[in-house]
Design a protein around this ligand. Structure first.
Ligand code: ATP
Length: 231
């Protein structure tokens, strides 16, 4: 599902530069549930952005969900991402003027993968799956943090992507709500979806099948059974 080879990502910083990802190679198989952990500044978000094709490496290759991302144009990357990758962020990033159901339908409208007549029903089914079907007609600002993150997960699933990438998805939630959101991820992995979660939180360890630790943009530990946490 993911194969990155000898990837380096440098950012300019003042007169010099910072090496965010440093000669990193990694393979993640379909169906794995992987946590990427490490201190602030260790390169976790940079790695996730490279996997999502949001950022391009300075050198090295990134293959994900059947594509060599280096060979895609910006519009090709956007199309690939829309069909193959679901993204979940710490601060949810729901559009405030759209209802919850409309937020979930938006990626379907962009990608055109789901027929137009199916989109509203599919949005409601996805909201049902994450346990907030009753919030479908509301604006995001009227939902709790946990409900907003569930809505964001439903949106990430809109185009039925094989790969889910989440950046600190529980970082803005209390521990009880965070656990409930992690349970949603565990269920999605049990259904076969490949999931990579960047996290500071220790509670992620209990549910993932594999934990990759970064220090200064390098992998210093890679632990787990690699079979995912399929229940
Ligand atoms: N757009 C950018 N421009 C310049 N430097 C950057 C940029 N993005 C990241 N960096 C630097 O790259 C390094 C890795 O950052 P990154 O955000 O990937 O770490 P992180 O492990 O996700 O940190 P955190 O847990 O705080 O989010 C840091 O030194 C950071 O300052």
């Amino acid at each position: 599902m993911i194969e990155i080879s000898d990837v380096v990502k440098r950012y300019p910083l003042g007169e010099g530069e910072v090496v965010a990802v440093d000669h990193l190679s990694l393979t993640i198989e379909a169906g794995e549930f992987v946590a990427v952990v490490g201190r602030s500044g260790s390169g976790k978000t940079t790695l996730l952005n490279l996997l999502a094709g949001i950022d391009r490496p300075t050198s090295g290759t990134v293959r994900a969900a059947g594509a060599d991302l280096g060979g895609l144009s910006e519009s090709g990357l956007a199309e690939w991402r829309g069909r193959n990758v679901g993204l979940v962020f710490q601060f949810f990033q729901l559009l405030p003027t759209l209802t919850v159901a409309e937020n979930v339908m938006l990626p379907m409208d962009f990608a055109g993968k789901i027929p137009a007549v199916r989109r509203r029903d599919r949005a409601l089914e996805l909201l049902e799956r994450v346990g907030i079907a009753d919030q479908a007609g509301k604006l995001p600002s009227t939902l709790s943090g946990g409900q907003q993150q569930r809505a964001a997960i439903a949106r990430a699933l809109a185009n039925d992507p094989p790969l889910l990438l989440a950046d600190e998805p529980t970082g803005n939630l209390d521990s009880h709500t965070a656990q409930a959101v992690l349970d949603v991820f565990a269920r999605l992995n049990a259904e076969g979806r490949t999931i990579v979660v960047v996290s500071h939180e220790r509670d992620i360890r209990a549910i993932v099948g594999r934990e990759i630790t970064l220090v200064d943009g390098r992998v210093v530990a890679d632990e787990g059974d690699r079979a995912g946490a399929r229940a």
